[in-house]
Design a protein around this ligand. Structure first.
Ligand SMILES: [Fe+2]
Ligand SMILES: [Fe+2]
Length: 311
């Protein structure tokens, strides 16, 4: 059988904790089982570092085991004093992406509940990060075509932008983070042929795609996980201040502030993403377009705060 392997950053592996998967080392063109007498210890990790090895591998079919392991160990990793804030950001990021992938496979009440825990720890990490650490985190995030990466980016950028805008105001960032991470959950109810179509959508397909805000609202409501904040992010993240958005074409003050913030970071991340029909833009190019061509879509004060957060 043709086996596939996926890389695992060795920073994600907690020394001394038993792993429910086999690790492999990539030697030449082969993947060789990586086993050590005492398991994966801190000494093992340091030795790999000294040899310039940052990643080991697992078989792709054991991906779910890796995911469960990372979720279980997130708390321990975030409390590990030997890891820098930047390394912790990277761990949080990868763990969220894994969790979103799992949630996408089965978006039911149980998966949503499990994800809440991961989002909560992620938001705790954001809260514990100072401005410099947040900028490092923003530089670290990738903008690929995956809906998981996009959801995590919107979760991180959106939560932090709310924190910037409302500074000392009494906002529940955990609830806001949860709502931001799940803003596109309705896309799990859109047929994968439309969702993953490599080119531009036809007008008919586009009409179906535009149903995802309401489908997200319905899904969370049906699974008993619709919060006040998630109702806003799912339903209003494609509404625009100038009334040109969907599903309702709301304008200005008709759109909840959280909906506007979600639309702002969602648009930014979409511009940075690589698509078949458009190249990925740099942050500078994306912000220039947002400022010049998409100006009426956004609340200008929020846009200023967003720039301040990025630079
Ligand atoms: Fe969306
Ligand atoms: Fe989105």
């Amino acid at each position: 059988m043709d086996e596939h392997y996926i890389p695992v950053d060795i920073q994600l592996l907690q020394p001394g904790v038993e792993k429910p998967f086999q690790l492999y080392i990539h030697l030449g063109d082969r993947f060789v089982p990586y086993t050590q007498g005492n398991g994966f210890t801190e000494e093992t990790r340091q030795r790999l570092f000294r040899e310039g090895i940052r990643t080991l591998h697992i078989r792709e079919e054991e991906k779910n085991d890796l995911r469960d392991y990372m979720n279980r160990n997130l708390q321990a990793l975030l409390a590990d004093p030997s890891l820098t804030q930047q390394e912790k950001s990277s761990i949080v990021y990868d763990t969220c992406i894994y969790q979103l992938e799992k949630l996408w496979q089965a978006p039911d009440a149980k998966s949503i509940e499990d994800s809440k825990e991961i989002f909560r720890r992620t938001v705790d990490h954001v809260i514990s990060s100072n401005r410099d650490a947040i900028r490092d985190m923003i530089l670290m995030i990738s903008h690929d075509t995956s809906i998981y990466t996009h959801s995590v980016n919107v979760g991180l950028l959106g939560t932090n932008l709310v924190r910037e805008i409302y500074r000392n105001a009494d906002k529940d960032l955990h609830e806001i983070g949860y709502a931001m991470f799940l803003h596109d959950i309705g896309k799990t109810r859109i047929h994968h042929r439309i969702l993953n179509k490599p080119g531009r959508l036809s007008p008919e397909e586009w009409e179906i795609m535009k149903l995802h805000p309401e489908k997200g609202y319905e899904l969370l409501s049906k699974e008993g996980h619709l919060t006040e904040e998630a109702a806003v992010t799912t339903l209003e993240h494609h509404e625009r201040c100038n009334g040109g958005g969907y599903p309702k074409g709301l304008q200005g003050s008709q759109i909840d502030e959280l909906g506007k913030i979600c639309n702002l970071v969602d648009s930014y991340d979409a511009l940075l993403a690589d698509r078949v029909y458009k190249p990925a833009l740099s942050p500078y190019q994306a912000l220039k377009i947002m400022k010049e061509e998409m100006r009426d879509q956004f609340d200008q004060q929020m846009f200023k705060e967003f720039l301040y957060m990025l630079y």
